[in-house]
Design a protein around this ligand. Structure first.
Ligand code: NAI
Length: 400
């Protein structure tokens, strides 16, 4: 397949919701003509209104001239039917996260686009290979996973399906790099890099809370203590409970459950009943006024217990689990070293790459924390990666 995708190429975006809308803004901002398509006319109207608002703000801030804003707006075309994708060189799908629906839509899209057009999915958790298999030309299908909000978040995970031709991967990666994004290459595996490696940030923190480990207080004071520790001693911008409330507990729970199911119930990713109950109560987070914390006006935020020794223990445990995930992802060939580091620093703003963090702490120290947990709990959840054991034994570092 000849697959150069130039600046002049028309880009199609299917689904004008949160992600599709953001992706259309990114492509139009990079100078492309964009066809933004949604089955729901009200969603398209909303997307159009949001584009106007965003550009007005940029003009007001002096970041864009009124002429540039006008040109940008004129590049986005709104459509309701798939035939509008006929001139597109690349179509990015961002509709509902449902495998059957996506497979049907991919087969449909293929009927309307040119034989050399690339078709990409923004799925966060489904098998790209299975979506590609719904197409006659599966070799032109791949995953391009943007993060929310797409115009602001720099990371894009590029996920070839088993069937994807390497020229398609190269051309798409080059194009999206040209949009000012940081792309990383990921094997088609559950959660890709970020949604897999970050799991313990949430899961292990909830576990510490559930157990009231080393005297962590019950309930909100415990959450505040863990959040405080992770920021104070881990250098994270947000604590796990604050972050889950911002992402939405409904979304965060679903991602965990999906990764767990797709890894044949690997105990490392087992979801937490505590989080499930929070979701069942409709406490989705900031968007509903209540999540782990209460955000209603009268509510007083809980005070953490600022015990330095406890705080450091919390960070040691969660960071050891995170490092183990990153090391294991490297071991399993899910991504290379530099892409793993880029993904966690640019996709979820970690203070440093987890492999560099391992070097700094020492693989032997990280291994000791995991072995301690494994011995205490006798759970497979804490099994160290083979590569971590090798690094600890050899004294080698990931970054020479
Ligand atoms: P959304 O619900 O905001 O938007 C989906 C849009 O697709 C809706 O406007 C709906 O009308 C439209 N749609 C559904 N079926 C359609 C069809 N057959 N033809 C045309 N339009 C159709 O969803 P959101 O959050 O934008 O997610 C979209 C995709 O991006 C999902 O696969 C999701 O997993 C993924 N994603 C979401 C992220 C997030 O934080 N929201 C982050 C990264 C990926």
């Amino acid at each position: 397949m000849s697959t150069e995708i130039t600046k002049e190429a028309t880009i199609g975006v299917l689904g004008a919701g949160t992600m599709g809308n953001g992706i259309a803004q990114v492509a139009a901002g990079a100078g492309h003509r964009v066809i933004l398509l949604d089955a729901n006319a009200a969603v398209l109207d909303k997307a159009r209104a949001i584009h106007h608002q965003v550009l007005d703000k940029l003009v007001a801030k002096g970041k864009l001239t009124p002429e540039a804003a006008k040109a940008n707006l004129s590049r986005i075309h709104y459509a309701a039917n798939l035939d509008a994708f006929a001139p597109c060189k690349l179509v990015i799908e961002a509709i509902v996260e449902d495998l059957d629906v996506k497979r049907k839509v991919f087969a449909e899209i293929e009927r309307w686009v040119a034989a050399d057009a690339v078709i990409a999915t923004n799925t966060s958790s489904l098998s790209v290979t299975s979506i590609a298999a719904a197409c006659k030309q599966a070799e032109r299908v791949l995953g391009v996973h943007f993060f929310n909000p797409a115009p602001l978040m720099p990371l894009v995970e590029i996920i070839p399906a088993l069937q994807t031709e390497s020229t398609v991967v190269q051309a798409t990666r080059q194009l999206i790099d040209g949009w000012g994004k940081a792309t990383v290459l990921v094997r088609d595996t559950p959660g890709f890099i970020v949604n897999r490696v970050a799991r313990p940030f949430y899961g292990e923190s909830i576990r510490i809370l559930e157990e009231r480990w080393h005297g962590v207080p019950e309930g909100p004071a415990g959450m505040a203590t863990i959040d405080w520790a992770m920021k104070e001693f881990g250098g994270f911008r947000m604590g796990p409970f604050e972050l889950m409330d911002m992402i939405g507990n409904d979304i965060n729970y679903t991602v965990t459950e999906t990764v767990w199911k797709q890894t044949y119930h690997d105990p490392r990713y087992r979801p937490s009943l505590t989080q499930k109950r929070v979701v069942e109560a409709g406490r989705f987070g900031k968007k509903t006024g209540r999540g782990y914390y209460d955000y209603t006006n009268e509510a007083v935020m809980p005070e953490p217990v600022k015990d330095e020794a406890l705080g450091k223990k919390i960070v040691d445990r969660v960071v050891a689990m995170l490092i183990n995930e990153a090391v294991d992802a490297l071991h399993m060939g899910i991504a290379n070293r530099d892409d793993l580091e880029t993904a966690m620093t640019k996709g979820v703003n970690y203070p440093k790459g987890l492999l560099r963090w391992c070097d700094e702490l020492g693989a032997d120290k990280v291994l000791n924390v995991l072995r301690g947990l494994r011995e205490t709990y006798e759970e497979d959840r804490y099994r160290p990666s083979v590569l971590l054991k090798q690094m600890a034994a050899s004294g080698q570092k990931f970054h020479a």
